[in-house]
Design a protein around this ligand. Sequence first.
Ligand SMILES: C[S@@+](CC[C@H](N)C(=O)[O-])C[C@H]1O[C@@H](n2cnc3c(N)ncnc32)[C@H](O)[C@@H]1O
Length: 353
Amino acid sequence: MSRESKKTCSAEEEDNKSFIECAEFVLPWLSPRELASISLTCKTLNSLSKSITIRRVSDASRNLEKNPIPFINTIDSEPYSYFIYTFSQIFSSPCLSQSWGTNPKRNVSSSVSLMKFGSNVTSLMSDSTSGCVCKNCSEDTNGDIRCPCSKLKPLSLSNMGSDSSELGLMTECGPSCDCGVECKNRLTQRGVSVQVRIGKDARKGWSLYSAQFVPRGEFVCEYAGELLTTQEARKRQKKYDDIASTSQFGSALLVVREHLPSGNACLRVNIDATRVGNAARFINHSCDGGNLSTVLVRGSGALFPRLCFFASRDILDGEELAFSYGEPMLKQNGLKCFCGSSCCLGALPSEET
Ligand SMILES: C[S@@+](CC[C@H](N)C(=O)[O-])C[C@H]1O[C@@H](n2cnc3c(N)ncnc32)[C@H](O)[C@@H]1O
């Protein structure tokens, strides 16, 4: 090979390298449809798109959780479910975006969105004076947390129209406390705490399974998503109902009501995990209450409580995770329930939002 053609060749290689680098940066921001269409334009982009799909399938959490959360679909050809990942609740915003499937060897990660979501979470504060000044709240010999933040008086609660006794209340250190994320009184603030995987069921769609033994009482995960005003929640629910009436579509909008002991509703929290959420958006309903209990967790200085799931009994490795979406108030166009429990009522609970 002449010196001239060697030179041209290495210039081409350089061009190709920067093309791939540029594509590696841009492609993880694309939706599955955009990724599929761009993969048709050239061989290089096709193989890059395939590797991005493989990375997406291997971890729904985009490296944001301690353990990867893989998708396993043996039912049809949909490789993964596309949504924006957040490990806690965030204020809704029309223009959220997040990359997914970047090459872990390159220094292009989801950290931009993580920072964005992180600041969004801390801005959900009521005041900065109610927290503790402990440096790291510790447990006493009985296993109780020694911290003023874990001693707030519980309110009585109800969620999604269900019986008030079903929803517990916990208080933790929050954004206005001095202690850090490793504090013992921040059990529910470190993301999904057990190993899980997302599988597909022929009738229920995507479902969340435990990938380890989980003892009764253990914290599993938060129900993360967009916090909506009631007006926005009603608007979205209507849109979701319309879509569900003509196609197989599962929304993930939960309404939680917090009551005063008198029984009058005092706070309503609308969490929509349909577009932005975490692994909990894949937890299906079970008429027998499933294996998860719901607990509202209030953090000192936080404006809104967070909805968290704890194991209501021992959960075996491979078991599907489920909870009760609430009382069945059957609508004419209500979705069929396939929970398979002996007390199944045949329809999913659906409340007027
Ligand atoms: C929070 S999402 C759960 C994840 C959902 N399966 C998916 O594919 O994304 C709620 C939706 O899942 C479906 N679903 C949940 N529990 C179900 C059940 N027991 N039987 C049938 N469908 C169920 C319904 O479509 C419901 O609107």
